[in-house]
Design a protein around this ligand. Sequence first.
Ligand code: FES
Length: 117
Amino acid sequence: MIRVNFKSHNKEVVCSKGENLLEIARNNKIFIDAPCNGNVSCGKCKVKLLKGKVDTEKTLHIKDEEWEQGYILACNTKVIEDIEIEVPSKLSSSMHGMKIEGSDKKKDQEIFDRAKK
Ligand code: FES
């Protein structure tokens, strides 16, 4: 058994050696953007390897500096030992950005109250 620690989600799961990282995430309800459904063609399933080694290949979707920082494509990665990874959260960061830009609690409350009527 191998442990995969999704640091970004504060969740550790166990899997078998050789399992695909995208499948592991899906099986454990961890969302990784994967529009091409794991065909190694969209480059959206990029995650960052923080600890451990994996069986993966650098693709055109990963820039040299990203590769040096540990970025890999989840769909193109097999787990071979205990690892720690970080899943970039584009959805939550964009939502966070929206909150910051329009941050006016009084206005937000007014909009919320109006919506309730
Ligand atoms: S899911 Fe598209 S490249 Fe991995």
